[in-house]
Design a protein around this ligand. Structure first.
Ligand code: PMP
Length: 428
């Protein structure tokens, strides 16, 4: 038994499923998850001393590359002054100002420790601000694991959702309407019949949790127009897309000013930092100013904030996103060309440092399209790449990430390995 396998067996005796977050267990691809003991730049190493070119990037945060020396130094320096104070610090102002410079729609900002906390708090705030209970989310979008958001689509349009997790009372999910992504008509119909009861619409503006599916221009415009018309709060969940698809996130690409935005992942540079923020009049409803309660013992933790400030500094250096875009496109276009040559139905797209690939004949535009992807081919490709030393997200429904440490040479190496992988799977 190799060491990954040994550790997995041992982990299962004490940690449910052997993991602290479900997708890490390789449930949908099968096989043994790799236990990682080191990450540096574009690479991770497992407990068997195998090295992988890493496109998971800790699920998004590692945009400057793993363990960037300047980020590690900032963290080490911060630890010398203490690990946590539970009191305000000057650096919290600095990071909030930096975020607002990059995303001006976030007029006021509150720091939290995870994306889940950010979206949960933004929704509570939207409900408190509007005095309404219902919320709209879209099929295939993930916004963390708070109760109101763990809801799957009902059986038809305009039906309220069903809980998608045990332990969520129907009473919670009945306030969550689930609509198809990129479906302007469904959105219009819902606002026409229930508009005045909708507290907010929460959306992944470029979805990354049903693989990568961007919102269409028409959909984005409808979101903004309809929420404005009906006094509902538009929440852009940019936990994944913030500082990832472009410096200013999806909202800078869409030219949209959401009422509230949630961010996470990259602003902690690998440490637990997330935030929600937006219109000052809405944010004024948060405690201690207003009646909507929200708090956190470790919110704005000084060590995590130090990692975030340094990461935000690095991503604003010249050509950061130009290079990131070029490398991600090289990978996405390269994979498509190789797969086509091997006669495998395959598509790929990228925006900034985020890319999606699909075993479908055409690019998917919603969750239903994604369900037509060939999961057998995905699994075979995933394992072929892993055995050649390339770590992709272990699920067909996740986007992948490129970092500044993925040089053209590393992308070329990846494409060489992908050629072997595609040839192998085409043979089977
Ligand atoms: N929103 C989006 C769009 C996400 O992708 C995620 C996590 N992948 C979350 C919220 C939840 O963030 P966290 O895992 O930090 O709670």
């Amino acid at each position: 038994m190799d060491r990954n396998q040994q550790l997995f067996e041992q982990a299962k005796t004490i940690i449910p499923g052997g993991v602290n977050s479900p997708v890490r267990a390789f449930g949908s691809v099968g096989g043994i998850p790799r236990f990682i003991n080191k990450a540096q730049g574009a690479y991770v190493w497992d407990e068997n001393r195998n090295r992988y070119i890493d496109y998971v990037g800790s699920w998004g945060p590692a945009i400057v590359g793993h363990a960037h020396p300047e980020v590690v130094e900032a963290v080490c320096q911060a630890t010398e002054n203490g690990l946590s104070f539970g009191a305000p610090t000057e650096n919290e102002i600095r990071i909030a100002e930096e975020i607002r410079n990059i995303m001006p729609s976030m007029e006021q900002i509150r720091l939290v420790s995870s994306g889940t906390e950010a979206t949960m708090s933004a929704i509570r705030l939207a409900r408190g601000f509007t005095g309404r209970d219902n919320i709209i989310k879209f099929e295939g979008c993930y916004h963390g694991h708070s109760d109101s958001l763990l809801v799957k689509a009902g059986s038809g349009l305009l039906t309220f959702g069903q809980p998608s997790s045990a332990g969520v009372p129907d009473d919670f999910s009945r306030h969550t309407l689930v609509l198809p992504y990129n479906d302007v008509e469904a959105l219009q119909q819902t606002f026409a019949s229930k508009g005045d009861s909708i507290a907010c619409v929460i959306v992944e503006p470029i979805a990354g949790n049903m693989n990568m599916i961007p919102a269409t221009v028409e959909f984005v415009q409808a979101l903004r127009t309809l929420t404005e018309k009906h006094g509902s709060v538009l929440i852009y969940d940019e936990v994944m897309t913030g500082f990832r698809v472009a410096l200013g996130g999806a909202q800078s690409i869409h030219g949209i000013k959401p009422d509230l935005t949630t961010i996470g992942k990259i602003i902690g540079g690998g440490m637990p930092v997330a935030a929600f923020g937006g219109r000052a009049d809405i944010m004024a409803c948060i405690s201690p100013l207003g009646a909507v309660y929200q708090a956190g013992t470790l919110s704005g933790n000084p060590v995590c904030v130090a990692a975030g400030i340094k990461t935000l500094e690095i991503i604003q250096r010249s050509d950061f996103y130009t290079n990131l875009n070029i490398h991600t496109q090289e990978l996405s276009n390269g994979l498509t060309a190789i797969a086509r040559q091997a006669n495998i139905p395959f598509c790929s797209r990228s925006i900034g440092g985020m890319f999606g690939f699909y075993f479908t004949p055409d690019l998917p535009n919603c969750f239903t399209d994604m369900q037509n992807s060939n999961l057998i081919l995905f699994k075979a490709f995933f394992h072929a790449m892993l055995s050649h030393g390339v770590a992709l997200a272990p699920s067909a429904y996740e986007a992948c990430f490129v970092s500044a440490a993925h040089s053209s040479d590393i992308i070329a190496d990846t494409l060489g390995l992908a050629t072997e992988a595609f040839t192998e799977i085409a043979r089977t």
